[in-house]
Every structure is written in structure tokens, then in C-alpha cells.
Design a protein around this ligand. Structure first.
Ligand SMILES: [Zn+2]
Ligand SMILES: [Zn+2]
Length: 175
């Protein structure tokens, strides 16, 4: 199985990224390393007219820095978008090298709700599994319990499971 590199893209909490290592290595059954945090890379993809950060360009920034031997997931806490959508939780190259995800919209406080750390962490795991799943070639899954089920809102994320379903898992174990 291809190894995975997690890249903290500041200002995300580096500690949060480290807490993802065990659940992700259990899920993908491969070795996971955490890179030194990168500062400033998100500023390169800031879109002044939208006051958001372009996730597609962020993936390109990562591809310039890694050789493609491992899957690479950039994790940030800034608000990501792709031009056709209001926002995205993340984006990844299908069956490619790199993906990015953001914790920005996974935090209940941005919806005017009290902070819920357990829920925040659970959502972060689900979306990390989801974007990495895309890099391993997985498409969206119809199974509601599977983390490859597509999510438009945080409520969608809360409904789905934190694991890959048996079918998705079978598809990636050969990789
Ligand atoms: Zn997806
Ligand atoms: Zn599935």
C-alpha cells in the first residue's frame, strides 16, 4: 500500500494533524508521516475577490513540493473554494497524488453554535479519509455509512460513517 504524508498548512493546528495519524493508518493500513508545517503556502492561493483560498491551486502548490512516491494530504484551517462552488470541505486528484482538506467549515462555532471538539475531530477524520480515498481512486459511494459518501453540508458529514465501506476498502487494498 502506498504510504501517506500529511502536511500541516498553517495556520492549522499541528497537534490536530498528529492526532489523525493513528485513525488514518488504521483505515488505510499504511505508514503515515507528518511533514513539518508549511507557512505561507495558503497565501499563494488567496483569492481577494472571494476572500477564500483556491483548493485547486493549493493542490498544485503541494505537487511542486512532493515527488509523488506517496499520497499527500494538505490539511489547513482556511476557507477553501473551487470556482464553480461556494465552498468545498476539500478537493483531491482522483487516483492521483495530492489532496487538500480544511477544518474551517467543520467547526460549529462558524455556524454560531457552541464548540464541540468531539464532533469537530470526527468530521476532520471523515473528510481526511474522504479526500485520501479519492487519491486512491475511489469515487463517491452510495453507502450512507461510508466516508466516501458525498457531503455538501456538515449535517451530511455527521450522518455518514468515519470508515470506508467494505466495497471501497476492497478497491484500494490492491494499491
Ligand atoms: Zn468527494
Ligand atoms: Zn464506500
Amino acid at each position: 500500500m502506498t504510504s501517506i504524508i500529511l502536511v500541516p498548512l498553517l495556520p492549522v493546528s499541528e497537534e490536530l494533524v498528529h492526532t489523525l495519524v493513528t485513525p488514518l493508518s488504521d483505515m488505510f493500513r499504511t505508514s503515515i508521516t507528518v511533514e513539518s508545517p508549511i507557512r505561507g503556502i495558503v497565501d499563494n492561493v488567496y483569492d481577494y475577490s472571494r476572500a477564500q483560498y483556491n483548493s485547486t491551486l493549493l493542490i498544485k502548490e503541494l505537487l511542486q513540493r512532493f515527488d509523488g512516491q506517496s499520497k499527500v494530504l494538505g490539511i489547513t484551517s482556511v476557507d477553501l473554494f473551487v470556482p464553480v462552488l461556494t465552498y468545498v470541505f476539500g478537493e483531491a486528484q482522483l487516483d492521483g497524488v495530492a489532496g487538500v482538506m480544511s477544518t474551517y467549515r467543520l467547526d460549529d462555532t462558524i455556524y454560531g453554535l457552541p464548540a464541540d471538539n468531539a464532533k469537530f475531530f470526527e468530521r476532520t477524520i471523515k473528510e481526511s479519509v474522504h479526500e485520501l480515498g479519492h487519491t486512491f481512486g475511489l469515487l463517491h459511494c452510495k453507502n450512507f455509512d461510508c466516508s466516501m459518501h458525498s457531503s455538501t453540508t456538515v449535517d451530511d458529514i455527521d450522518i455518514k460513517g468515519a470508515m470506508l465501506c467494505g466495497e471501497c476498502l476492497r478497491k484500494i487494498t490492491a494499491k
